[in-house]
Write a protein that binds this ligand. Structure first.
Ligand code: FAD
Length: 437
């Protein structure tokens, strides 16, 4: 690739992938880097990583991502990232009522953890309630039929704080940030080139053109609007999140609790000592917002349209609390929202040049709802690609794939081995007051 260390590089998106890319490029000696982010602050409210926490677990059904996460966890333990990484362990179970698919997925994850020489020393089987209470005494619920394993190698990261830390570090290294109106990218600008076309830069919503030798699009769930060539390779999908607001005493009592995850019910984290919020997420097949004309799902334009918790998710979260922390089961749920990510049908990322654009534009996307754990290293996937001979992505699974017209409209929820249930359309679950009608 012809990009020199002083050439202008534009990164679209100041979320997890964009910030990490800015940091890694800067550390490789690139000196002319600008990040464009449509929110007016970082962590951006549109980022899937803007909130309190994300699970950092290394066991994957696929050893490729296990190895990467082990690398990421080592990086989480370095000075910039360590304040935001909490190795509380991961209590990974199913309840007694879990469908067969959930139980089978759990077994595959457990086998992955037990197979790995670094992780297996940290894995404890949990045959029932007594074992679970040994690992997490604060779980006073009946845990009916629960079993699984506890992995002390894993934990969670405070995602909002980690984004803010990398933002400050990148700024200190000379990366420029354009936020809010100046940072909202309206379009990628292409010009004719010797072979086909190439990207010449971006135009922001306020009409300004910013030229670049290389553009990296790391726009999370917003990627489809900027790079429509992706088609159904990547669709915007969401899961809901909600919180319980605890007292100081309740937060203290739950200090050190592992990430607690029942595959059929959802998960929660150690409460945040600053806000006293305990975050809950029900997972599932997710919600999509399909444009009937193109068949591609996009995140809604406003945050208000996502500021609710679907009824069935609320029921599921209350069940999770009743079985684990019963004193919280009837508490009000606050800060409810749908959180949007960029989903691919094989859960693989996309880290590649747009075809036939003279290596002028890279798409870094397809996080598929499991990308935050890679935050300390994801930017190195871009610097590796810049150093690749012939500009060819050597990781075949991360290459640009031609859009599959048979892939449907991104409702592959039920086909993804690690998720339960089908994807639903946003229009079918929106509460009447949030509806556009
Ligand atoms: C509910 C939920 C739970 C999750 N749990 C986990 C977990 O436990 N562990 C884990 O590893 N991962 C988890 N993830 C996934 C993780 O959050 C994502 O992998 C990660 O945030 C992806 O980073 P990104 O930079 O691609 O996208 P984002 O972090 O979403 O950032 C994209 C940024 O691009 C900006 N943008 C978009 N369009 C434009 C534009 N036109 N102009 C300028 N800026 C633009 C947005 O404002 C946003 O800030 C979860 C995701 C969700 C939704």
């Amino acid at each position: 690739m012809g990009v020199s260390k002083s050439d202008a590089i534009v990164i679209v998106g100041g979320g997890a992938f964009g910030l990490s890319t800015a940091l890694h490029l800067s550390r490789k000696g690139y000196t002319n880097i600008s990040v464009f982010e449509k929110d007016d602050h970082i962590p951006p409210r549109f980022s899937a990583a803007n909130d309190l926490n994300k699970i950092v677990r290394a066991e994957y059904e696929d050893p490729f991502y296990t190895d990467l996460t082990i690398k990421a966890i080592a990086a989480w333990k370095t000075p910039l990232f360590a304040p935001h990484f909490h190795q509380t362990g991961f209590l990974h179970c199913v309840s007694g009522a879990a469908p067969k698919k959930a139980a089978e997925t759990l077994q595959r994850f457990r086998a992955s953890a037990e197979r790995n020489p670094q992780m297996k020393l940290h894995v404890v089987p949990l045959e029932g309630v007594e074992d679970i209470r040994q690992a997490a005494w604060q779980l006073t619920g009946q845990l009916p039929g629960w079993y699984g394993y506890f992995n002390r190698f894993d934990g969670y990261a405070h995602s909002g704080n980690a984004l803010a830390a990398v933002y400050r570090a990148a700024q200190a290294e000379g990366v420029r940030f354009f936020l809010g109106e100046q940072g909202a990218v309206d379009e990628i600008v292409y010009v004719s080139a010797l072979t086909g076309r190439k990207c010449a830069g971006i135009r922001t919503k306020n009409g300004r053109f910013h030229p670049s030798a290389l553009t990296v699009v790391a726009a999370g769930a917003g990627v489809g609007r900027l790079v429509p060539q992706l088609g159904t390779q990547v669709v915007a999908k969401s899961w809901s999140v909600a919180h319980v607001h605890l007292t100081d005493e309740e937060t203290s009592a739950l200090r050190g609790i592992p990430v607690t995850y029942a595959r059929d019910l959802g998960f929660f984290f150690e409460p945040d000592p600053k806000t006293n919020l305990l975050k809950l997420c029900p997972m599932g097949g997710g919600y999509i917002n399909t444009d009937p004309k193109t068949g591609v799902s996009h995140a809604p334009d406003t945050l208000q349209e996502s500021a609710f918790l679907p009824e069935d998710d609320e029921k599921q979260l209350r069940k999770l609390l009743a079985q684990t922390l019963p004193t919280l089961a009837d508490r009000p749920l606050v800060k409810k929202s749908l959180c949007w990510f960029a989903d691919t049908n094989d859960s693989d990322f996309i880290v590649d040049y747009l075809p036939n654009m003279s290596s002028s534009i890279i798409v870094l996307s397809g996080d598929s709802g499991h990308g935050f754990k890679m935050f300390p290293i994801v930017g190195s996937f871009v610097t590796d690609l810049l150093e690749a001979p012939d500009d060819k992505q050597s990781v075949v699974r991360w290459r640009w794939k031609e859009s599959d017209p048979d892939a449907g409209k991104g409702d592959w929820g039920g086909d993804v081995s690690w998720r339960l249930g089908e994807s639903k359309e946003l229009s079918a679950i929106m509460p009447p007051k949030a509806s556009k009608l």
